[in-house]
Design a protein around this ligand. Structure first.
Ligand code: GAL
Length: 691
């Protein structure tokens, strides 16, 4: 079956829209139609959480309101991203079929309420979802307004009911064949956990392999739940692409696996703009982190566009402190999404809910119902801008650098009970490695460990503790063929069932990296260790840096030593190593080093990889440049200042022209606080270089 591809004709400017909440308020839909157009929105996401309004009692369907609103939207010039309503089940269903209510770790069945609280295994819930989705697909699958299917909402959480546990046991039987094999894979003789009957597999505490397999099973259940949801959509509207909205930093499921079930990836982005990202963290860190998440979600389907399907037009209701977006932020944050391959910007939500927990969430139209507010103007301006950016549709970010960010590895790190447990900070470590590329305007794909890496020049694998079967071979082939690989402390410790590699870490990467790890030191916050470049090596790094948190004590077996510890009892031991293999090279960073090291190191890697930067002069701190390239070579460059102060940027020269003013890029660009400029350049024959 050929799956439909997400190829919108125009950049999407959309919003979650819940007209079902307003059916009793006369005239409100009329006003919605006017306001949607006035805000320059061209699409809405409809029907999320509308189940109780579509099926108010079992088998009693009321589609008339949906028929009417879809027709009105169509007549009004809007496209519709139609949601399946499975993210929240109606009360009557929870009452009639208690088994669909989720069971917590404590074994208690949850009371009905809130949302995202159904069992993914329950055949009853699956049947109900299948039935509802079939009716929706039959009724609206050919509607000319339909742009895409939005399946459910933010899948998340686990259910521990008897059905799920029985499903888990069956899944394990298929995976391991025998209890003996399972006991070996889980090392369950530890603490006398040896399983002698499948029924004993119930609580998983203490057994890392079991917890890992539980997450895999739950991912498998969620993926099959999505397949069940998608089947009727694909049958009745084979040309309409499907998506799910994913969330950053949430690790219940392997999002890469879920992403394979749909035609394009969407994600929900809610940075606390103009607020605090972390203690003592500058504002631009929000821009950096948000770009990383864009690249993470886009990296799930690297050659496809994605969609920023939820973001707030102003504030959120759940953050405790959610400042108003300062001038410029709305535009710049949205352009960031576009620059990283989103084919549009969608909001949560269009009109403020009158009651309940989200009534104070930011919206396009607030309770005052006005179109002359600051937020409304910001939204309208975004709509106008996206319209002007029409030629960008179909172009994509390209990357020659990749960072591995792998859920299965993250699961093992999260479970890791070790001397360095408190210092792991895996995501921020990945972003420390990502940051220098962001500062240089070099595009990065953030990928899973089993992704094909042959297309990259540089691959960075921070803290890749778990090596799945095939990963070591893929990394070796990558280096062999000329790639530059960077690994760090905590690489190659465990296999796919979380069992430590015997014979020394980094396990199957020992030969490729040329190092053997003997011990790992955990540094309390008050202790740091200097690291000094060795006098004579080819990398050209010089200086002294500071190691924090984690220092591996390792032996360079066949690697060249580029830097050594210059303190502690392990002074003189290798801290940074390099080993050439075939046409490529593998670096290992044994300690957690700071930004000074990372920027110097990344500059060296980029130079060695022959990757040209879009701007010759360094960009000011907190400023990034991101590019999209069309199939015919036309390019767009987004220059974005995430500081709350103005900056001056040295222009890149070349053929870049300002998309909005048509002026050539000046020698000096003045960028106000949180401002963005967009430049375009015609096709050249050069690949990934300044025109
Ligand atoms: C998202 C969710 C939306 C809405 C929004 C509020 O996570 O998908 O339905 O609740 O948060 O910020």
């Amino acid at each position: 079956m050929t799956l439909p591809r997400f190829r919108p004709a125009a950049l999407i400017h959309g919003s979650d829209y819940n007209p079902e909440q307003w059916r009793k308020v006369p005239g409100i839909w009329d006003s919605d139609m006017r306001l949607l157009n006035a805000a320059h929105l061209n699409s809405v996401t409809l029907g999320i959480f509308a189940w109780a309004e579509l099926e108010p009692a079992e088998g009693v369907y009321q589609f008339a309101w949906m028929d009417e609103i879809i027709d009105r939207l169509h007549t009004n010039g809007q496209r519709v991203i139609l949601a399946t309503p499975s993210g929240a089940k109606p009360n009557w269903m929870a009452e009639s079929y208690p088994e669909i209510r989720r069971v917590g770790d404590d074994g208690r069945r949850r009371v009905q309420g809130l949302r995202h609280n159904h069992c993914l295994t329950s055949p009853v819930y699956r049947a109900k979802v299948l039935q509802m989705n079939t009716l929706l697909a039959q009724r609206y699958g050919k509607h000319p307004a339909l742009l895409a299917w939005h399946i459910s909402n933010e899948y998340g959480g686990y259910c521990s009911c008897d059905l799920c546990k029985a499903g888990f046991r069956t899944w394990l039987q298929e995976k391991y064949g025998s209890l003996d094999a399972l006991n070996d894979a889980w090392w369950s003789r530890f603490w006398s956990h040896t399983y002698t009957a499948w029924e004993q597999i119930d609580r998983l505490d203490g057994i890392h392999g079991a917890k890992l397999d539980w997450k895999r099973f739950m991912t498998h259940q969620c993926a099959s739940f999505i397949r069940n949801e998608a089947a009727p959509l694909r049958t009745h509207s084979p040309d309409i692409p499907t998506t799910i909205n994913l969330m950053p930093g949430i690790t219940w499921y392997d999002h890469h696996t879920l992403g394979r079930e749909v035609d394009f990836i969407s994600w929900d982005s809610y940075p606390s703009w103009n607020g605090q990202h972390g203690e003592n963290s500058p504002h631009w860190h929000l821009g950096l982190w948000t770009t990383f998440w864009h690249d993470h979600f886009r990296g799930m389907k690297r050659d496809e566009p994605m969609l920023l399907i939820e973001t707030t037009p102003s504030q959120v209701n759940w953050a405790g402190v959610s400042p108003l977006k300062r001038p410029g932020v709305h535009r710049t944050a949205n352009l960031l999404g576009i620059s990283r391959g989103s084919e549009g910007v969608c909001y949560f939500q269009f009109r403020s809910s009158r009651g309940s927990s989200e009534k104070y969430h930011g919206t396009v139209v607030s309770h005052d119902g006005r179109d002359d507010t600051r937020v409304f103007r910001d939204v309208r301006a975004t709509g106008e801008l996206l319209h002007a950016l029409q030629p960008i549709v179909g172009s994509l970010p390209r990357a020659e650098v990749a960072i591995i960010y792998d859920y299965q590895n993250i699961w093992t790190l999260n479970e890791m009970e070790s001397p360095v447990k408190q210092a792991l900070n895996h995501t921020s470590t990945c972003i420390d490695h990502y940051a220098p590329f962001w500062h240089s305007g070099v595009g990065v794909d953030v990928i899973e460990q089993s992704a094909d890496i042959s297309r990259y020049r540089i691959v960075i694998a921070p803290m890749l503790q778990m090596l799945l079967p095939g990963t070591a071979q893929r990394l070796s082939a990558f280096v062999e063929n000329g790639g530059i690989l960077v690994t760090t402390y905590l690489t190659g410790y465990v296999n796919e069932t979380d069992l430590c590699f015997l014979g020394g870490f980094p396990g199957p990467l020992r030969e490729l990296l040329g190092v053997r790890i003997e011990e790992i030191d955990a540094l309390p916050a008050y202790r740091t260790v200097p690291v000094t470049a060795t006098a004579d090596h080819r990398l050209g790094l010089s200086g002294t840096w500071t190691a924090r948190d984690i220092c591996e004590l390792l032996h360079a077996e066949s690697a060249e030593v580029l830097a050594t510890y210059a303190g502690e009892f392990y002074a003189g031991m290798p801290a940074v190593t390099r080993k050439a293999t075939g046409r490529g090279v593998a670096y290992h960073l044994a300690a957690r080093l700071g930004h000074d090291f990372h920027s110097l190191f990344a500059a060296t890697l980029l130079r060695d990889a022959g990757i040209t930067l879009p701007f010759a002069a360094p960009l000011p701190t907190g400023v990034t440049a991101q590019t999209r390239t069309a199939a015919d070579g036309r390019r767009w460059l987004f220059l974005m200042n995430f500081n709350e102060t103005a900056v001056t940027v040295a222009g890149a020269g070349g053929a870049w022209r300002d998309v909005e003013s048509s002026a050539a890029m000046p020698a000096t660009i003045e960028l106000p606080a949180c401002a963005a400029r967009i430049y375009s350049a015609p096709a050249t024959n050069q690949k990934n270089t300044t025109p």
